[in-house]
Design a protein around this ligand. Structure first.
Ligand SMILES: Nc1nc2c(ncn2[C@@H]2O[C@H](COP(=O)(O)OP(=O)(O)O)[C@@H](O)[C@H]2O)c(=O)[nH]1
Ligand SMILES: Nc1ncnc2c1ncn2[C@@H]1O[C@H](COP(=O)(O)OP(=O)(O)O)[C@@H](O)[C@H]1O
Length: 206
């Protein structure tokens, strides 16, 4: 209800279900946020579409975006760049619409510094065995990459303490419900609505 949109950041270890949860949230007709499509230098997976899942770019193109100040944040993850184009986020927030980022922890911490009033949510697996099973089941990574991702998952889970909320992804619909409740509550925080009430008091006093 404040004029500016709210920035919602979702992180969590690889394979925890961030993409699945995000897609389920986007399908919900009652949601009001826009998803910010990231830019990456990693290869397209089967079924992925440029400009829908990611903006797939070369290393050179990505680095030139960084130099031109076009990224809100970026990080290297398992040998590739991933980052959030700045302009879409700014324009959408300015228009009063919430923006949803699904990014890894280093990028999220950059965003936290630039946008301290954002809402930072960490999606956790019920346990590490479940996490491994999900990565294997997804079938998008070879054995070496799975090991790298699991190793990284352990260090990522330690970063949970830098987030505002921890949401366990036991069942997709439950995780989605928890995140939607968080967003709803965050919109009611007094610092976000105070301007509206100041205006109201101004009208009443006249
Ligand atoms: N910092 C940052 N991380 C991102 C961005 N987009 C995606 N990621 C993260 O990069 C990691 C790898 O993504 P991806 O290769 O699609 O694999 P998956 O999410 O594990 O299936 C995940 O943790 C994503 O959340 C971004 O724009 N910035
Ligand atoms: N709550 C859940 N229960 C069971 N399987 C899940 C759940 N959430 C996601 N998955 C499955 O786990 C795998 C990894 O999910 P994905 O969304 O690709 O994770 P991430 O984007 O975090 O890397 C996929 O095969 C997905 O279908």
């Amino acid at each position: 209800m404040s004029n500016r949109g709210m920035l919602i950041v979702l992180s969590g270890p690889s394979g925890v279900g961030k993409g699945t949860v995000r897609q389920a949230m986007l399908k919900d007709k009652d949601q009001n946020f826009k998803y910010s499509i990231s830019m990456t230098t990693r290869n397209k997976r089967p079924g992925e579409v440029d400009g829908v899942d990611y903006f797939f770019r070369s290393k050179m193109e990505f680095e030139s975006e960084i130099e031109n100040g076009g990224m809100l944040e970026y990080a290297k993850y398992v040998d590739h760049y991933y980052g959030t184009p700045l302009r879409y986020v700014n324009e959408t927030l300015e228009s009063g619409t919430d923006v949803f980022l699904e990014i890894e922890v280093n990028g999220a911490m950059q965003v936290r510094k630039k946008c301290p009033d954002g809402v930072f949510i960490f999606l956790t697996p019920p346990d590490l065995v479940t996490l491994r099973d999900r990565i294997v089941k997804r079938g998008t990574d070879d054995a070496a990459t799975i090991e790298k991702r699991l190793e990284k998952a352990r260090s990522e889970i330690k970063m949970m303490q830098n987030y505002d909320y921890a949401v366990v992804n036991d069942k997709v619909e439950l995780a989605v419900h928890r995140i939607e409740k968080i967003i709803e509550s965050e919109h009611l925080r007094v610092p976000r609505v105070i301007d509206i009430y100041k205006k109201m008091i101004g009208v009443v006093n006249r």
